[in-house]
Write a protein that binds this ligand. Sequence first.
Ligand SMILES: C[S@@+](CC[C@H](N)C(=O)[O-])C[C@H]1O[C@@H](n2cnc3c(N)ncnc32)[C@H](O)[C@@H]1O
Length: 273
Amino acid sequence: MTPEVNSEQAALWNGPGGHGWAAARDMVDVVLQPFEDLLVAAARERPRTGVLDVGCGTGGVTRAIAAALGDVPCVGVDISWPQIAVAQESTNVRFVHADAQVHAFEPQFDLIVSRFGVMFFDDPVAAFRNLGKAAKPGGELRVVVWRGKDENPFMTTAERAVAPLMPDLPTFDADAPGPYGLADPDRARKVLDDSGWTGVDIRKVDLTCTMPEDVLPTYLTMLGPVGRALQPMPEHERAEVLGTVLRAFEEFVQDGEVRFPTASWEIRALTPL
Ligand SMILES: C[S@@+](CC[C@H](N)C(=O)[O-])C[C@H]1O[C@@H](n2cnc3c(N)ncnc32)[C@H](O)[C@@H]1O
């Protein structure tokens, strides 16, 4: 697949970003399990005939929805080949390697979901308009996106801890393609309105995520800008930086478990009948 748009994100998710998420897939699914539960519950709310999971990564949510709905065709789409290759190892769900902003979907889905996979588009209005073409008339959108970084301190703890050692790490801006791309609810609503979705409903979701303390080093070395910076470092340097980061995470650790609050939006919308 040669993406014509989203080239920066394609490079990231087909490079170290995607390889990190692919390698850390089991841990990602444990940490983000509460959001999987939310989307599976959404899928179960009414009968479905086809479900699309956008930015599906290694497909944990797609598979969980497929298992919950029985015979309903479920498809996952992602721009990241390393993750889609892992997802395709499971046989009962179809996974497509494509840029969801421009892929020519058939209008076959009555539910489109995403767990943190729709904030990376360089033209969000074009992308959500394209997703609208994947939906049947009256089709439903149910996606979760992060609120701002101030409300998600866990996500920036590593960056803040290493800032004195690594001042040049990339930062993620609100409204730019990246984890906080739809953090501003007014902007998110306008994107959905302008792309032809109706009945836009944006709800606060505050969930606590957990992981065993012993997987925290994996989390920190595989994901995010700090993880990507740590991977190529010589062993002794990496151990030193990792030590600094782990100390910064102590406030989230209790009795062998890492627990942290998260702040996200669930965006709901419909395609016109
Ligand atoms: C934060 S990860 C979430 C992955 C997965 N939904 C999960 O919860 O494990 C974001 C995903 O969005 C994908 N993505 C980014 N831009 C995309 C695009 N234009 N089209 C399809 N997928 C995209 C990335 O490759 C990545 O897998």
